[in-house]
Design a protein around this ligand. Structure first.
Ligand SMILES: CC(C)(COP(=O)(O)OP(=O)(O)OC[C@H]1O[C@@H](n2cnc3c(N)ncnc32)[C@H](O)[C@@H]1OP(=O)(O)O)[C@@H](O)C(=O)NCCC(=O)NCCS
Length: 196
């Protein structure tokens, strides 16, 4: 059992038209296509997955994170296709916070899929997980992610100067935060958790 009392896997969360579900070995090809794409990982703290072995290791680290209770990463399933992932990382139970992350295959963007997935994740984080605060660390050039976070009610809290080493120099990071009390009035429903 993991620290939140989940047995062998994360519960499935339901957003409108998108299911957040446990990732499994059958997802390896789709995960490699997603995170093997340099455009997808450009602004992420993740190295591009170039080989099947890289992807297997990546999936193993997701399972380890789940068992430790430090990282929850769901696959986004739209009509049986794995189209992206949504993550709550750096989970700090004592202080009630975690860091949100997301990635969506290009063909599925611009349809509000990630917005609905993020809402389902927030319902779970602020509901059953009892989090007080969810934060995000975003590259200032990542306009789509910034729009997505702001539309979900996240507040821009600060800019950390030259936080990440990049080819040719250092890159700033924007920090966004959402508090439970600021989110609750925006949410029409409590977390919906299902088995499949
Ligand atoms: C972040 C991501 C999930 C957003 O996908 P999406 O929810 O389908 O988002 P959309 O394509 O609808 O774009 C969201 C908003 O940003 C706007 N936008 C997108 N690209 C933009 C650009 N290059 N310049 C300006 N605005 C842009 C869209 O118009 C939209 O605005 P709206 O909500 O006012 O309509 C997707 O871009 C992605 O997977 N990116 C790669 C992974 C990544 O960077 N993850 C974040 C790490 S923190």
């Amino acid at each position: 059992m993991n620290p939140d009392g989940f047995h062998s896997r994360l519960p499935t969360l339901h957003g409108d038209g998108v299911r957040l579900r446990w990732l499994k070995p059958a997802d390896l090809p789709a995960l490699q296509r997603l995170f093997g794409n340099p455009e997808v990982v450009r602004f992420m703290a993740l190295s591009q997955l170039e080989t099947r072995a890289d992807t297997e290791q990546f999936l193993e680290s997701i399972v380890e994170g789940f068992l430790e209770g430090s990282l929850y990463q769901w696959g986004l399933d739209v009509e049986g296709q794995l189209v992206g992932t949504c993550t709550l990382a750096a989970i700090d139970r004592a202080n009630g916070h975690g860091e949100i992350g997301f990635a969506l295959a290009r063909a599925y963007r611009g349809q509000g899929i990630m917005a609905r997935a993020v809402r389902a994740l927030l319902e779970f984080a602020f509901g059953p997980l009892g989090m007080h605060r969810v934060e995000a660390d975003v590259d200032p050039r990542n306009t789509a992610s910034i729009r997505l976070l702001e539309r979900q009610g996240f507040t821009r809290e600060g800019l950390l100067r030259e936080r990440y080493r990049e080819e040719g120099g250092f890159q700033d990071a924007l920090i966004y935060g959402l508090l439970r009390r600021d989110w609750m009035p925006l949410s029409p429903r409590a977390g919906r958790i299902g088995e499949g």
